[in-house]
Design a protein around this ligand. Structure first.
Ligand SMILES: Cc1cc2nc3c(=O)[nH]c(=O)nc-3n(C[C@H](O)[C@H](O)[C@H](O)COP(=O)(O)OP(=O)(O)OC[C@H]3O[C@@H](n4cnc5c(N)ncnc54)[C@H](O)[C@@H]3O)c2cc1C
Length: 391
Protein backbone atom coordinates (compact mmCIF):
# COMPACT_ATOMS: atom_id res chain seq x y z
CA UNK A 1 0.00 0.00 0.00
CA UNK A 2 1.29 3.49 -0.96
CA UNK A 3 2.57 5.57 1.96
CA UNK A 4 1.27 9.02 2.90
CA UNK A 5 3.45 11.85 4.19
CA UNK A 6 1.84 14.80 6.01
CA UNK A 7 2.72 18.46 5.53
CA UNK A 8 1.05 21.72 6.42
CA UNK A 9 1.43 23.02 2.86
CA UNK A 10 2.22 21.30 -0.45
CA UNK A 11 3.43 23.56 -3.28
CA UNK A 12 3.11 22.13 -6.78
CA UNK A 13 5.91 23.49 -9.02
CA UNK A 14 9.22 24.64 -7.58
CA UNK A 15 10.55 27.24 -10.01
CA UNK A 16 10.62 30.96 -9.21
CA UNK A 17 6.98 31.31 -8.11
CA UNK A 18 6.79 28.06 -6.12
CA UNK A 19 10.16 28.74 -4.47
CA UNK A 20 9.07 32.27 -3.59
CA UNK A 21 5.94 30.88 -1.91
CA UNK A 22 8.13 28.38 -0.02
CA UNK A 23 10.53 31.13 1.08
CA UNK A 24 7.79 33.46 2.33
CA UNK A 25 5.85 30.67 4.04
CA UNK A 26 8.91 29.50 5.97
CA UNK A 27 9.78 33.13 6.82
CA UNK A 28 6.30 34.05 8.00
CA UNK A 29 5.68 30.84 9.92
CA UNK A 30 8.96 29.17 10.95
CA UNK A 31 8.31 25.53 11.73
CA UNK A 32 5.54 25.15 9.15
CA UNK A 33 5.98 21.84 7.31
CA UNK A 34 6.28 22.85 3.64
CA UNK A 35 6.82 20.48 0.72
CA UNK A 36 7.66 21.68 -2.79
CA UNK A 37 6.98 19.10 -5.49
CA UNK A 38 9.21 19.82 -8.50
CA UNK A 39 9.83 17.01 -10.99
CA UNK A 40 12.80 18.63 -12.73
CA UNK A 41 15.68 19.84 -10.54
CA UNK A 42 17.46 20.98 -13.75
CA UNK A 43 14.48 23.26 -14.58
CA UNK A 44 15.15 22.65 -18.25
CA UNK A 45 11.70 23.50 -19.65
CA UNK A 46 10.34 25.83 -17.01
CA UNK A 47 9.62 29.43 -18.01
CA UNK A 48 11.85 30.90 -15.34
CA UNK A 49 15.13 29.84 -16.92
CA UNK A 50 14.05 31.11 -20.34
CA UNK A 51 13.01 34.59 -19.17
CA UNK A 52 14.85 37.77 -19.99
CA UNK A 53 14.86 39.01 -16.41
CA UNK A 54 13.11 42.37 -16.80
CA UNK A 55 11.68 44.20 -13.78
CA UNK A 56 9.62 47.35 -14.34
CA UNK A 57 7.02 49.53 -12.73
CA UNK A 58 5.53 50.52 -16.10
CA UNK A 59 2.05 49.06 -15.67
CA UNK A 60 -1.45 50.52 -15.47
CA UNK A 61 -3.04 48.26 -12.82
CA UNK A 62 -2.03 49.48 -9.34
CA UNK A 63 -1.52 45.88 -8.19
CA UNK A 64 1.06 45.25 -10.92
CA UNK A 65 2.87 48.51 -10.15
CA UNK A 66 3.01 47.70 -6.44
CA UNK A 67 4.09 44.09 -7.04
CA UNK A 68 6.91 45.40 -9.25
CA UNK A 69 8.01 47.96 -6.67
CA UNK A 70 8.21 45.24 -4.04
CA UNK A 71 9.97 42.86 -6.45
CA UNK A 72 12.52 45.50 -7.43
CA UNK A 73 13.42 46.31 -3.82
CA UNK A 74 13.49 42.62 -2.96
CA UNK A 75 15.85 41.83 -5.86
CA UNK A 76 18.20 44.68 -4.99
CA UNK A 77 18.55 43.40 -1.43
CA UNK A 78 18.57 39.78 -2.60
CA UNK A 79 22.27 38.75 -2.46
CA UNK A 80 22.59 39.52 1.25
CA UNK A 81 19.00 38.77 2.28
CA UNK A 82 19.15 35.28 0.72
CA UNK A 83 22.64 34.45 1.99
CA UNK A 84 22.91 30.97 3.49
CA UNK A 85 25.78 30.19 5.88
CA UNK A 86 27.46 33.43 4.87
CA UNK A 87 27.29 32.60 1.15
CA UNK A 88 25.56 35.37 -0.80
CA UNK A 89 22.99 34.71 -3.54
CA UNK A 90 24.10 36.57 -6.69
CA UNK A 91 21.30 37.83 -8.90
CA UNK A 92 23.24 40.20 -11.22
CA UNK A 93 20.88 43.18 -10.92
CA UNK A 94 21.45 45.81 -13.63
CA UNK A 95 19.64 49.10 -13.12
CA UNK A 96 19.47 49.83 -16.84
CA UNK A 97 16.01 51.45 -16.87
CA UNK A 98 12.95 50.76 -19.04
CA UNK A 99 11.62 52.86 -21.89
CA UNK A 100 8.08 52.50 -23.32
CA UNK A 101 7.66 54.34 -26.64
CA UNK A 102 4.41 55.08 -28.50
CA UNK A 103 3.18 56.55 -31.79
CA UNK A 104 0.68 59.47 -31.65
CA UNK A 105 -2.36 57.17 -31.26
CA UNK A 106 -0.78 55.63 -28.14
CA UNK A 107 -0.15 58.93 -26.40
CA UNK A 108 -3.39 59.32 -24.35
CA UNK A 109 -2.96 55.85 -22.84
CA UNK A 110 0.74 56.38 -22.14
CA UNK A 111 -0.10 59.65 -20.39
CA UNK A 112 -2.88 58.18 -18.29
CA UNK A 113 -0.68 55.21 -17.28
CA UNK A 114 2.12 57.66 -16.46
CA UNK A 115 -0.24 59.52 -14.11
CA UNK A 116 -1.12 56.27 -12.32
CA UNK A 117 2.57 55.41 -12.01
CA UNK A 118 3.36 58.87 -10.59
CA UNK A 119 0.48 58.54 -8.14
CA UNK A 120 2.10 55.33 -6.93
CA UNK A 121 5.39 57.11 -6.31
CA UNK A 122 7.23 55.64 -9.30
CA UNK A 123 10.40 57.24 -10.64
CA UNK A 124 9.13 57.80 -14.19
CA UNK A 125 9.71 60.60 -16.68
CA UNK A 126 7.74 61.52 -19.80
CA UNK A 127 10.00 62.33 -22.77
CA UNK A 128 8.93 63.97 -26.05
CA UNK A 129 10.59 63.07 -29.37
CA UNK A 130 13.32 65.72 -29.05
CA UNK A 131 14.17 64.60 -25.51
CA UNK A 132 14.20 60.97 -26.65
CA UNK A 133 16.59 61.82 -29.49
CA UNK A 134 18.86 63.76 -27.13
CA UNK A 135 18.90 60.91 -24.60
CA UNK A 136 19.22 58.06 -27.13
CA UNK A 137 21.01 59.51 -30.17
CA UNK A 138 20.67 56.35 -32.29
CA UNK A 139 16.89 56.23 -31.98
CA UNK A 140 14.62 57.09 -34.91
CA UNK A 141 11.90 59.26 -33.36
CA UNK A 142 10.14 60.54 -36.51
CA UNK A 143 7.04 58.39 -35.95
CA UNK A 144 6.97 58.64 -32.14
CA UNK A 145 4.84 60.88 -29.93
CA UNK A 146 6.56 60.18 -26.62
CA UNK A 147 8.20 57.72 -24.29
CA UNK A 148 8.11 57.00 -20.58
CA UNK A 149 11.47 56.25 -19.03
CA UNK A 150 11.82 54.54 -15.63
CA UNK A 151 15.50 54.82 -14.67
CA UNK A 152 15.09 52.77 -11.48
CA UNK A 153 13.97 49.66 -13.36
CA UNK A 154 16.26 47.01 -14.78
CA UNK A 155 16.88 43.31 -15.12
CA UNK A 156 18.46 40.41 -13.26
CA UNK A 157 19.42 36.78 -13.69
CA UNK A 158 16.22 34.67 -13.40
CA UNK A 159 18.21 31.54 -12.54
CA UNK A 160 19.99 33.40 -9.73
CA UNK A 161 16.62 34.49 -8.37
CA UNK A 162 15.20 30.97 -8.50
CA UNK A 163 18.28 29.28 -7.01
CA UNK A 164 18.61 31.87 -4.24
CA UNK A 165 14.96 31.49 -3.21
CA UNK A 166 15.18 27.71 -3.37
CA UNK A 167 18.36 27.53 -1.28
CA UNK A 168 16.99 29.91 1.33
CA UNK A 169 13.64 28.09 1.50
CA UNK A 170 15.50 24.80 2.04
CA UNK A 171 17.69 26.42 4.73
CA UNK A 172 14.47 27.52 6.45
CA UNK A 173 13.09 23.98 6.40
CA UNK A 174 11.21 23.57 3.09
CA UNK A 175 11.41 20.07 1.67
CA UNK A 176 11.84 19.77 -2.14
CA UNK A 177 10.59 16.49 -3.59
CA UNK A 178 11.82 15.55 -7.08
CA UNK A 179 8.49 14.13 -8.20
CA UNK A 180 5.47 15.02 -10.30
CA UNK A 181 1.94 15.49 -8.97
CA UNK A 182 -0.31 13.17 -10.99
CA UNK A 183 -3.59 13.46 -9.06
CA UNK A 184 -5.29 15.48 -6.34
CA UNK A 185 -8.05 14.20 -4.09
CA UNK A 186 -10.83 16.46 -2.77
CA UNK A 187 -13.32 16.17 0.05
CA UNK A 188 -16.06 18.77 -0.34
CA UNK A 189 -14.42 22.16 -0.85
CA UNK A 190 -11.08 20.93 0.53
CA UNK A 191 -8.18 19.39 -1.34
CA UNK A 192 -6.81 16.65 0.91
CA UNK A 193 -4.05 14.71 -0.88
CA UNK A 194 -1.64 14.86 -3.78
CA UNK A 195 -0.58 11.64 -5.46
CA UNK A 196 2.96 11.62 -6.86
CA UNK A 197 4.23 9.72 -9.90
CA UNK A 198 5.86 7.21 -7.53
CA UNK A 199 2.44 6.41 -6.03
CA UNK A 200 3.34 8.07 -2.75
CA UNK A 201 0.73 10.46 -1.33
CA UNK A 202 1.16 13.82 0.37
CA UNK A 203 -1.59 15.02 2.71
CA UNK A 204 -1.75 18.72 3.63
CA UNK A 205 -3.95 21.49 4.99
CA UNK A 206 -3.26 23.77 2.03
CA UNK A 207 -2.07 23.33 -1.55
CA UNK A 208 -0.50 25.85 -3.93
CA UNK A 209 -0.61 25.60 -7.71
CA UNK A 210 2.63 27.20 -8.94
CA UNK A 211 3.02 25.06 -12.05
CA UNK A 212 3.44 27.92 -14.54
CA UNK A 213 2.39 26.89 -18.06
CA UNK A 214 1.23 23.55 -16.59
CA UNK A 215 -1.05 25.25 -14.02
CA UNK A 216 -4.28 24.50 -15.92
CA UNK A 217 -3.43 20.77 -15.91
CA UNK A 218 -2.98 20.88 -12.13
CA UNK A 219 -6.21 22.88 -11.62
CA UNK A 220 -8.12 20.37 -13.76
CA UNK A 221 -7.19 17.70 -11.19
CA UNK A 222 -9.55 19.49 -8.77
CA UNK A 223 -12.15 20.38 -11.44
CA UNK A 224 -11.15 24.05 -11.37
CA UNK A 225 -11.25 25.71 -14.79
CA UNK A 226 -8.12 27.82 -15.14
CA UNK A 227 -7.73 29.93 -18.30
CA UNK A 228 -3.94 29.67 -18.35
CA UNK A 229 -2.34 28.47 -21.58
CA UNK A 230 1.25 27.99 -22.78
CA UNK A 231 2.21 30.70 -25.28
CA UNK A 232 5.54 30.22 -27.08
CA UNK A 233 7.81 33.23 -27.28
CA UNK A 234 11.30 33.54 -28.77
CA UNK A 235 14.19 35.31 -27.12
CA UNK A 236 17.30 36.24 -29.14
CA UNK A 237 20.82 37.28 -28.31
CA UNK A 238 22.12 39.62 -31.00
CA UNK A 239 24.81 42.18 -31.62
CA UNK A 240 24.40 45.53 -33.34
CA UNK A 241 27.23 45.47 -35.87
CA UNK A 242 27.75 49.23 -35.48
CA UNK A 243 28.69 51.39 -32.51
CA UNK A 244 25.64 52.27 -30.39
CA UNK A 245 24.96 53.69 -26.94
CA UNK A 246 23.86 51.40 -24.10
CA UNK A 247 20.10 51.03 -24.22
CA UNK A 248 17.48 50.55 -21.51
CA UNK A 249 14.83 47.84 -21.83
CA UNK A 250 12.95 49.29 -24.83
CA UNK A 251 9.33 48.29 -25.47
CA UNK A 252 6.83 49.49 -28.06
CA UNK A 253 3.17 48.99 -28.87
CA UNK A 254 3.96 46.24 -31.43
CA UNK A 255 5.41 44.22 -28.50
CA UNK A 256 9.03 44.64 -29.55
CA UNK A 257 11.07 44.31 -26.35
CA UNK A 258 14.85 44.27 -26.02
CA UNK A 259 17.67 45.45 -23.79
CA UNK A 260 21.43 45.60 -23.55
CA UNK A 261 23.12 42.37 -22.50
CA UNK A 262 26.90 42.41 -22.07
CA UNK A 263 28.40 43.51 -25.39
CA UNK A 264 25.12 42.79 -27.21
CA UNK A 265 21.36 42.76 -26.78
CA UNK A 266 18.67 40.33 -25.65
CA UNK A 267 15.00 40.43 -26.57
CA UNK A 268 12.32 39.60 -29.07
CA UNK A 269 8.89 40.42 -30.41
CA UNK A 270 5.92 38.61 -28.87
CA UNK A 271 3.37 37.10 -31.24
CA UNK A 272 0.12 37.13 -29.24
CA UNK A 273 -1.60 35.08 -32.00
CA UNK A 274 0.82 32.19 -31.59
CA UNK A 275 -1.17 28.92 -31.32
CA UNK A 276 -1.29 27.83 -27.68
CA UNK A 277 0.50 24.64 -26.67
CA UNK A 278 3.66 23.04 -25.35
CA UNK A 279 5.77 23.85 -28.39
CA UNK A 280 9.46 24.63 -27.88
CA UNK A 281 10.47 24.45 -31.53
CA UNK A 282 12.59 27.40 -32.67
CA UNK A 283 11.76 29.34 -35.82
CA UNK A 284 15.20 30.51 -36.91
CA UNK A 285 13.69 32.90 -39.48
CA UNK A 286 11.72 34.85 -36.84
CA UNK A 287 14.62 37.17 -35.98
CA UNK A 288 15.48 37.99 -39.59
CA UNK A 289 11.89 38.39 -40.77
CA UNK A 290 10.22 40.06 -37.78
CA UNK A 291 12.59 41.25 -35.05
CA UNK A 292 15.45 42.64 -37.09
CA UNK A 293 13.29 44.95 -39.29
CA UNK A 294 11.57 46.32 -36.19
CA UNK A 295 14.83 46.90 -34.29
CA UNK A 296 16.60 48.42 -37.31
CA UNK A 297 13.65 50.74 -37.98
CA UNK A 298 13.83 52.10 -34.45
CA UNK A 299 17.64 52.13 -34.18
CA UNK A 300 19.22 52.29 -37.67
CA UNK A 301 22.68 51.15 -36.48
CA UNK A 302 21.07 47.68 -36.14
CA UNK A 303 21.01 47.43 -39.97
CA UNK A 304 24.18 45.39 -39.46
CA UNK A 305 22.75 43.29 -36.60
CA UNK A 306 23.56 39.61 -36.27
CA UNK A 307 21.57 37.07 -34.26
CA UNK A 308 23.83 34.68 -32.34
CA UNK A 309 21.27 32.58 -30.53
CA UNK A 310 17.50 32.05 -30.42
CA UNK A 311 15.66 30.09 -27.77
CA UNK A 312 12.00 29.50 -27.07
CA UNK A 313 10.09 29.58 -23.81
CA UNK A 314 6.49 29.55 -22.67
CA UNK A 315 4.48 32.40 -21.24
CA UNK A 316 1.79 31.10 -18.90
CA UNK A 317 -0.79 33.30 -20.53
CA UNK A 318 -4.00 34.20 -18.68
CA UNK A 319 -6.48 34.07 -21.53
CA UNK A 320 -9.12 36.09 -19.67
CA UNK A 321 -7.16 39.32 -19.24
CA UNK A 322 -3.37 38.81 -19.24
CA UNK A 323 -3.13 39.32 -15.48
CA UNK A 324 -2.09 36.74 -12.88
CA UNK A 325 -4.51 34.68 -10.83
CA UNK A 326 -3.56 34.80 -7.17
CA UNK A 327 -5.66 33.03 -4.55
CA UNK A 328 -8.24 30.32 -3.98
CA UNK A 329 -11.75 29.63 -5.37
CA UNK A 330 -13.89 30.65 -2.39
CA UNK A 331 -16.63 28.20 -1.53
CA UNK A 332 -15.42 25.68 -4.11
CA UNK A 333 -11.71 25.00 -3.50
CA UNK A 334 -11.00 26.86 -0.30
CA UNK A 335 -7.53 25.51 0.53
CA UNK A 336 -6.21 25.35 -3.05
CA UNK A 337 -4.31 28.55 -3.90
CA UNK A 338 -3.32 29.46 -7.43
CA UNK A 339 -0.29 31.60 -8.30
CA UNK A 340 -0.22 31.43 -12.08
CA UNK A 341 -1.11 33.20 -15.32
CA UNK A 342 1.56 35.89 -15.02
CA UNK A 343 1.52 36.32 -18.81
CA UNK A 344 5.17 37.31 -19.21
CA UNK A 345 5.66 39.08 -15.87
CA UNK A 346 6.07 36.17 -13.46
CA UNK A 347 9.71 36.64 -12.62
CA UNK A 348 9.33 40.25 -11.48
CA UNK A 349 6.08 39.47 -9.66
CA UNK A 350 7.22 36.23 -8.04
CA UNK A 351 8.40 37.88 -4.79
CA UNK A 352 5.10 39.75 -4.24
CA UNK A 353 2.98 36.76 -5.31
CA UNK A 354 4.91 34.46 -2.98
CA UNK A 355 4.41 36.85 -0.09
CA UNK A 356 0.71 37.22 -0.90
CA UNK A 357 0.05 33.46 -0.99
CA UNK A 358 2.00 32.99 2.24
CA UNK A 359 -0.14 35.66 3.92
CA UNK A 360 -3.35 34.03 2.68
CA UNK A 361 -2.30 30.65 4.02
CA UNK A 362 -0.84 31.80 7.35
CA UNK A 363 -3.14 34.73 8.19
CA UNK A 364 -6.15 34.07 5.96
CA UNK A 365 -5.89 37.51 4.32
CA UNK A 366 -3.58 39.83 2.35
CA UNK A 367 -1.61 41.80 4.96
CA UNK A 368 0.79 43.95 2.97
CA UNK A 369 -0.72 44.35 -0.49
CA UNK A 370 -4.37 43.81 -1.33
CA UNK A 371 -4.44 41.58 -4.42
CA UNK A 372 -8.15 40.72 -4.17
CA UNK A 373 -8.82 42.03 -7.69
CA UNK A 374 -6.34 39.47 -9.03
CA UNK A 375 -8.15 36.61 -7.29
CA UNK A 376 -10.05 33.72 -8.85
CA UNK A 377 -13.42 35.41 -8.32
CA UNK A 378 -12.98 37.41 -11.54
CA UNK A 379 -12.34 34.18 -13.44
CA UNK A 380 -15.47 32.58 -11.97
CA UNK A 381 -17.48 35.71 -12.94
CA UNK A 382 -15.80 35.98 -16.35
CA UNK A 383 -15.02 39.62 -15.49
CA UNK A 384 -11.64 40.64 -16.98
CA UNK A 385 -9.34 43.02 -15.12
CA UNK A 386 -6.75 43.89 -17.76
CA UNK A 387 -3.64 45.99 -18.19
CA UNK A 388 -4.08 49.00 -20.46
CA UNK A 389 -1.41 49.73 -23.05
CA UNK A 390 1.93 48.04 -23.59
CA UNK A 391 1.96 44.49 -22.16
C1 LIG B 1 11.14 34.26 -23.37
C2 LIG B 1 10.55 34.71 -22.07
C3 LIG B 1 10.90 35.95 -21.54
C4 LIG B 1 10.36 36.37 -20.32
N1 LIG B 1 10.76 37.56 -19.81
C5 LIG B 1 10.32 37.96 -18.59
C6 LIG B 1 10.78 39.16 -18.01
O1 LIG B 1 11.55 39.89 -18.61
N2 LIG B 1 10.32 39.49 -16.77
C7 LIG B 1 9.43 38.71 -16.10
O2 LIG B 1 9.02 39.07 -15.00
N3 LIG B 1 8.96 37.54 -16.63
C8 LIG B 1 9.39 37.16 -17.86
N4 LIG B 1 8.93 36.00 -18.41
C9 LIG B 1 7.87 35.26 -17.71
C10 LIG B 1 8.43 34.42 -16.57
O3 LIG B 1 9.48 33.62 -17.05
C11 LIG B 1 7.33 33.52 -16.00
O4 LIG B 1 6.16 34.28 -15.76
C12 LIG B 1 7.79 32.90 -14.67
O5 LIG B 1 9.04 32.29 -14.83
C13 LIG B 1 6.78 31.88 -14.19
O6 LIG B 1 7.37 31.17 -13.13
P1 LIG B 1 6.66 29.86 -12.55
O7 LIG B 1 7.50 29.39 -11.42
O8 LIG B 1 5.23 30.17 -12.30
O9 LIG B 1 6.64 28.85 -13.77
P2 LIG B 1 7.79 27.92 -14.35
O10 LIG B 1 9.12 28.58 -14.28
O11 LIG B 1 7.37 27.44 -15.71
O12 LIG B 1 7.80 26.70 -13.35
C14 LIG B 1 6.71 25.81 -13.28
C15 LIG B 1 7.25 24.53 -12.66
O13 LIG B 1 6.16 23.62 -12.47
C16 LIG B 1 6.68 22.33 -12.62
N5 LIG B 1 5.61 21.37 -12.88
C17 LIG B 1 4.94 21.17 -14.06
N6 LIG B 1 4.07 20.16 -13.94
C18 LIG B 1 4.14 19.72 -12.64
C19 LIG B 1 3.49 18.68 -11.91
N7 LIG B 1 2.56 17.90 -12.46
N8 LIG B 1 3.85 18.49 -10.61
C20 LIG B 1 4.80 19.29 -10.02
N9 LIG B 1 5.45 20.28 -10.69
C21 LIG B 1 5.13 20.49 -11.99
C22 LIG B 1 7.67 22.44 -13.78
O14 LIG B 1 8.64 21.41 -13.77
C23 LIG B 1 8.26 23.83 -13.56
O15 LIG B 1 9.52 23.78 -12.92
C24 LIG B 1 9.44 35.54 -19.63
C25 LIG B 1 9.09 34.30 -20.16
C26 LIG B 1 9.63 33.88 -21.35
C27 LIG B 1 9.24 32.54 -21.89
Amino acid sequence: MASTRRYDVVIIGGAVVGSSVAYFLTSLAPGLAVAVVEPDPTYEWCSTLRASGGVRVLFSCPENIEMSKFGRDFIQAFPQAMAVDGREAPVDWVQGGYLFIVPPEGLPLLESNYRVQRAHGCDVEMLGPAELAARFPSMFVGDLAAGVHSPGDGWCDPNGLLQGLRRKAIAQGAHYIAERVVALACDGTQVRRATLGSGEMLAADAFVNAAGPWAAEIAAMVDMPLPVAPLRRFEHYFTCGNPIERLPYVKDTARLAFRSEGPGFSGGLVNGDEPRGFNFEVDHDWFEQVVWPAVAHRFPPFEAARCHRTWSGLYEQCELDGNPIIGNWPGRRDNFHVAAGFSGHGMMHAPAAGRAIAELIVHGRFDTLDLARLGYARIARNAPYAEAGIL
